[in-house]
Design a protein around this ligand. Structure first.
Ligand code: SF4
Length: 208
């Protein structure tokens, strides 16, 4: 099997970086977690803080066995698969192996590609720059909308109407706009208590 076929089957994946840290955002804020950041993204958010992830060809392609072996070197057993846009790949084989080794699996995705993989927690963060694939709505355990523009409040409510009733709803100020939008988000959440606030606490802690 050549590399293109192996990536197509999800048994080898382009890995931008992997690191053990503290989850800074969303439902698992404060939990130690091993992050697997896959290379490649075609969403194109103007405020993206990992633009270097976009070109998958820049990153080494590793076997899923190697990716999981590296994760096992750390004591935590929570893995967060992120990107880039991780759903560009079939995540079935990687998540199956992670589960076999005893990991809890989380994903952070824009949902722009068909859903795949076996996840204990799906954090869906839709972006205006590329429409989500319909398969994400029934899978999302958490809807996390980044607020960068006034219209993002309506965008958030539009997506909240499409996810399942148990899905947790969070608004997160985009880091460079936090001063402007945090007061508005506080006001919004106080008026609509189905929503909660997510902050990028890893940036306050100055950790990845
Ligand atoms: S989906 Fe994520 S990685 Fe892709 S452009 Fe948007 S913020 Fe960046």
């Amino acid at each position: 099997m050549n590399i293109v076929e192996a990536v197509g089957k999800g048994v080898q994946l382009p890995l931008m970086e992997a690191f053990y840290t503290i989850q800074g955002e969303g439902r698992f804020t404060g939990y130690p977690a091993y992050f697997i950041r896959l290379g490649g993204c075609d969403v194109g958010c103007v405020w993206c803080d990992v633009k270097e992830s976009w070109n998958s060809g820049k990153w080494p392609v590793l076997s899923i066995e190697k990716i999981v072996e590296d994760a096992l070197a750390y004591p935590g057993r929570l893995v967060v698969i992120t990107g880039g846009e991780p759903l560009m790949y079939d995540l079935g084989p990687l998540t199956a192996l992670l589960k076999e080794k005893g990991f809890t699996t989380n994903i952070e995705t824009s949902g722009a590609h068909p859903f795949s993989g076996d996840f204990d927690w799906v954090c869906f963060s839709p972006k205006k720059f590329k429409k989500p694939h319909p398969s994400i709505y029934k899978e999302a355990d958490e809807l996390k909308v980044v607020v960068f523009h006034q219209s993002d409040f309506d965008f958030a409510e539009d997506h909240a109407s499409l996810v399942k009733s148990t899905c947790e709803l969070r608004l997160q100020p985009e880091w460079s706009k936090a001063e402007k939008f945090t007061p508005e988000i506080i006001d919004f959440v106080k008026k609509r208590p189905k929503w909660k606030i997510s902050l990028q606490t890893h940036k306050f802690m100055d950790i990845p």
